[in-house]
Design a protein around this ligand. Sequence first.
Ligand SMILES: *Cc1c(COP(=O)(O)O)cnc(C)c1O
Length: 968
Amino acid sequence: MLMPAALPLSALENAAEFLPRHIGIDAADEAHMLSVIGEASRRALIDSIVPRSIARSRAMDLPAPATEAAALAELKALAAKNQVLKSFIGQGYYGTHTPGVILRNILENPAWYTAYTPYQAEISQGRMEALVNFQTMVCDLTAMPIANASMLDEATAAAEAMTLAKRSVKSKSHRFVVAGDAHPQTIEVIQTRAAPLGIEVVLANSAEEWNALLAGDYFAVLAQYPATSGRIDDLRADVEQAHARQAAFIVAADLLALTLITPPGEWGADIVVGTTQRFGMPMGAGGPHAAYMACRDEYKRSLPGRLVGVSVDVHGKPAYRLALQTREQHIRREKATSNICTAQVLPAVIASMYAVYHGPQGLTRIAQRVAAYTAILAQGLKALGAPVREQATFDTLSLHTQDATQAIAARAVSLGANLRVYFGEYLCISLDETTTRADVELLWKVFAKDGQALPSFADFEKGVAPLIPAALCRTSGFLAHPVFNTHHSETGMLRYIRQLSDKDLALDRSMIPLGSCTMKLNATSEMIPITWPEFAQVHPFAPADQLEGYRLLDEQLRAWLCQATGYAGISLQPNAGSQGEYAGLLAIKAYHAAQGQGHRNICLIPSSAHGTNPASAQMAGLQVVVTKCDENGNVDLADLKAHCEKHSENLACVMITYPSTHGVFETQVKELCQLVHQHGGRVYVDGANMNALVGVAAPGEFGGDVSHLNLHKTFCIPHGGGGPGVGPVCVVEDLVPYLPGLPGQDSQPQAPASGKVGPVSAAPLGNAAVLPISWMYIRMMGAEGLQAATETAILSANYISARLKDHYPTLYASANGHVAHECILDLRGLKETSGVMAEDVAKRLIDYGFHAPTLSFPVPNTLMVEPTESETLFELDRFIDAMIAIREEIRQIEGGALPQDDNPLKNAPHTAESLLAGEWSRPYTRETAAYPVAALRQAKYWSPVGRVDNVYGDRNLFCSCVPVSELA
Ligand SMILES: *Cc1c(COP(=O)(O)O)cnc(C)c1O
């Protein structure tokens, strides 16, 4: 009889390994790919690519990899160290019910969260419709004519409003007046942002100061509506004063309150900003949430962030695309008005869907209940003798509790509730959608003296009028478009969400080979923890002892990222790569100032840099000087040297990307760093390409002083259709004191201590709630796994480059013909021979079921391909075969078999409707149009619109929901 063999436990335990789930290439695939490239082993390949001079001195010191189940259990235990109390803190963060149909079908659905920013309009119609709904929602609620498709958070939105006003108004003043009762974190981020631009921020800490300041000189003012204390002021006269001084009036407004109170657009506001968090996004210890910005029509051409507009496709049908400068903002570089790239698309989609689901009546009812409970709470508290201040309010009460403040707050905590301590002697209580009768009774209990009888809801059954004065009640309607009045049943909502996501291509359908964007696996196990209540339902300013889980998450993740980068200190606060760049440059500036070298203000940036680099540098008050690249795409060291010498006295830093945006490991990077250091400058290494470095080389070791990471690229946070992201800023030892400060720690906004850098985001941990994703990734991969991921990403890029070399030459390679983790395919010659542009290939790929590679960045008329380690060989080959088939189509044009202006590329993408049109007069068949390769007959993606006309849309700018009559 055959006995089962004993197997070593390690073999059995490996079966649950995460590594082969993340990396799509197995040993046999690897051997095949190496043979195509012509290298003997992965080791040999990597050694021939990564310069020896920068190789890591030692392996990363990380915990041994855990299985998915074990990592989830470990993280659950860590999460359990957060205490989830009922939050009444307010201050911009409120409880909200994420409708289950939105939670499951958007927030937890890869069709939405793995999508990329909608640069390829034809495959992004679903998410752009959701974003147009978002813009319409913001316009309607604020009563402003135009709104963008999300900002990073309310505080940075307010800071961007300040600079938008600065460049838009006639006033030449440099003074910015801010109401002292704006949210403290907003004031602090404004202070951080204002300083390098020479803007003087003046706080009005009382009504007298406010009135005196408004009578003076300034280019703009900002008021919070309702104020952070809950008070609602009538600001009409103030707006008129500001306008009389040619200054702008900025309002930070609460969208839920605006369903009941007069919207700022109706009393003359010029810019309105705020958060949409309470429209269905959990507090998540501070983010991610979509902030919004709306402005007057005259400002629209300098509106920061992305704007989705309606245009038409080649068939004349309405179609969405990114409008105006938002397509090209990176091209504007140091002239860019904002550095926002990754924004908050997924949270914006969720907020828009919350409005679609509830509709105008539903939102109003939610707000009315909040306002009624607030009024009831106030009556009950007064009956108990609590010191409630008389004020017009929507959802927040303020109590002058004086010496009893801390004791009452502690009593609330013991009963499971967090109140907000305000200026040491006040308590603020904010109610929200989740507040129940039991919560109101609990709040009464907090204030009741021993033996005092509690008020009873029975006395309030007939209702209590909200504490909103008649003069400030909203009378205008909003959200009249059918989309907000149709999908109110769950069935209807489910189908609307599905209908939109079916229009789009995300990672759940095919690879997205976008160079510089690192569209890798966002594993389900990494995503699961983000909606755990222990992470999702906590307030960013809850008492520190309730946030122990987040503290540990922050500490561990920073330690691991220090291992990965070789840096000494990290802050996870920046909520996008651009924000990390900005924080890093501020650190460099503060360092120089501390050395008595505050005059150093020159920032050298090679011409190949990503547009956010120069944009961030100008925001940091640095003067950008562009340096050359040589014909191989490398930084021209001679030119850089000349600039270093020329600017030696004033050199602040050099910003490079490594490996370069040209997809090459430059061999002289160490020399470059030394050169910059010799001239007293610091080296900023843009870490967006860390997927080519982790485990192989560390910027903090080879000469970098500062880097930002993109956790939404290298460390598996999904792109969400254009955000959220996390852009940690990493620094060497002597720059650690200049990492960003913590916002909102006190009710009194803190200007940064002298020599320190203030906060760059509204919340201490920025987009805290998505940090578990990167934690899970590192925890499950371990040091060797992460290194294998890097090496496989490089292997896959080289495989694509090698297989395509006879069809599309790779533009830049190292001396031995190899590339880093991405390759630029040179299509520039095709224009001459066939009239085909890179864009035509990008659009034709849609017919083959693929999202295009990065188009025309960093070199015009090229495609930059980054496969990542997560794609399987099957998918890589499918992509390569599609590219080769398209090249054959181009050869037919070159040979004259197809005309240059009427061929499958120029007419791509082909919609089903256009193929079914009665007459078919193209010089190629319908089959060629739709099914150029046989496999497409099994699984076909149909573009919902034909090629979108960008110019038409910009000439006829329209950024709200399309009237139904036009869709017919
Ligand atoms: C993505 C990217 C950035 C900007 O990062 P965001 O998170 O989008 O702000 C900066 N530099 C490079 C090279 C990038 O690829």
